[in-house]
Design a protein around this ligand. Sequence first.
Ligand code: F6R
Length: 610
Amino acid sequence: MCGIIGYVGDDNATGYLVSGLEKLEYRGYDSAGIAVIENGKIDVIKSKGRLKALEEKIQAQSGFASGTVGIGHTRWATHGEPSDANSHPHLSKSGLFAVVHNGIIENFSFLKEKLISQGYEFKSETDTEVVAHLLEKNYDGDLLKAVKKTADALEGSYALGILCRDYPDEFVCVRRSSPLIVGISEKGNFIASDITAILSYTNNIYKLNDGEIALLSKSGVKFYDKYLQPLEKSITHIDWDISAAEKCGYEHFMIKEIMEQPEAVRATISPRIRDDGTIALDGVSLTKKELLALNRIYIVACGSAYHVGVVGKYVIEKLTRIPVEVDIASEFRYRDPIVDGNTLVIIISQSGETADTLAALRMAKAKNARVLSVVNVVGSSIASESDDVLYTWAGPEIAVATTKAYSTQLCMMYILAIHMAEEMGRIAHDETRRLLSSLMAIPEKIEDILRLSADIEETAKLFKDLEHAYFIGRNIDYAIALEASLKLKEISYIHSEAYGAGELKHGTISLIEPGTMVVALACVDELFPKTMSNIKEVKARGARVLCVTTAKHSEELKDIDYTLIVPDTDNLLIGSLEVIPMQLLGYYVAKHRGCDIDKPRNLAKSVTVE
Ligand code: F6R
């Protein structure tokens, strides 16, 4: 999705803007641009395509932008095709204002028609250009008043960075339902759509709430509420290291992040497990009484986070015996789910900003549900609006395809499930201790699997020229099949589907023909014989089968074409191990197909529009 950066300080702004945009590339984009105030006017350079094209244009324009105030943007097209004209920043009629925007202005057609009837001409198809013209129309010499009046007229979601020619030493930002932070540093002051853009300069940020406005100059930042009343805000320190947002010698962020999983999981679980085998759940204030009163739990998320939810359902139901439904956020929010004061809604999100997930959270709260979120980004909208927050400590995740955030979310769900079950008296303390000790051993077992990367790369070569692949499994194996299939398809562009292994013969088995590749996940002990029967069914129709199972079943695999063995652990936790070779498989297949692994086509890291 689109990315925003803005800078004001003593230095030439262009360097900061371009380097910030480079850090935002991971979010996915199809054009980029910057605007800088200089010699009494706003200079804009923008270009369709990768940032390199923009940089070449900047270099070609000798003397461009030595100004010290500027804004920049990477655009992921929503209104209008990717083109130079549709790229941000957009200028107002006389060039008085320049605007970068993330989000969607829902009433833009209405506003555009009105502006056209008043003589404003549009150079792009974007909703954003409306904002630039409106600012100029609403301006009477007072920048903040123009920003307020314009923001009041907008419906939808926006994070806006705004330059005004009359204010050559300052710039403004405002947001509603689209993330934006303000960062302060010795080098100058920044705005950014996420902290990775400015992590090289600062870990100290202010998070803007809906409707808030910030006026940035090199000497500081002033904050205002939506009525333009001055605000005091406190700094949030983000404990992320810049090296976590850089490749550090790895070929891709995705493989770096896969390799970081033992550490990320350790960082997430260790602070929550005390030496005496009890759980310390910071951020969760649900009492035993509240837990016992729950009538149901919904787990709501999108994409891979939803797949974590599918595992979560199995684990929570098994341990607590509370009914759990897992929902895709974009479905949940529009299906009038049965939610009341005794419903717990668990929201899972790496970014904490996914538009549908955030909207689902708000709907659940409006229906009086208790909302607990599992989030990776501190201070994100989902974290801020939840009743209880469990942070995953995965650090910044840059590759579009999630790996370490997924693994940490999974572990957070186990801890939550065990905690709830013990609080409710549904499992004995000895069982808690046993499960927690198995959980503590997971990072080391992930390390063992990562040591097998070279073998998994060999296996991946079998997939290189495939057009289709099928993943099957039962119970937690099925939940992991969903994620394994997504990992493969989203980065290698091989069509793949995941099925409950018992479901195949209700339709999909007709697609199996000689040579079809089927990946069978068969790690859940009690279902191993059942999945083996399903393997026989597809093999009888000519499929080649790659079976992923645990060490204890390794002797039972004769007649299977290819195998990947993961260490044994408690069945409830096995997903954390079997997903690792599946991430590596997706990665190496994509690598051998020459795909753009960290930035797969059409995808964005943080999906902040509906
Ligand atoms: C796939 C992937 C996505 C995200 C989904 C939710 O590899 O990363 O499916 O899981 O877009 O994003 P968050 O977790 O930020 O809400």
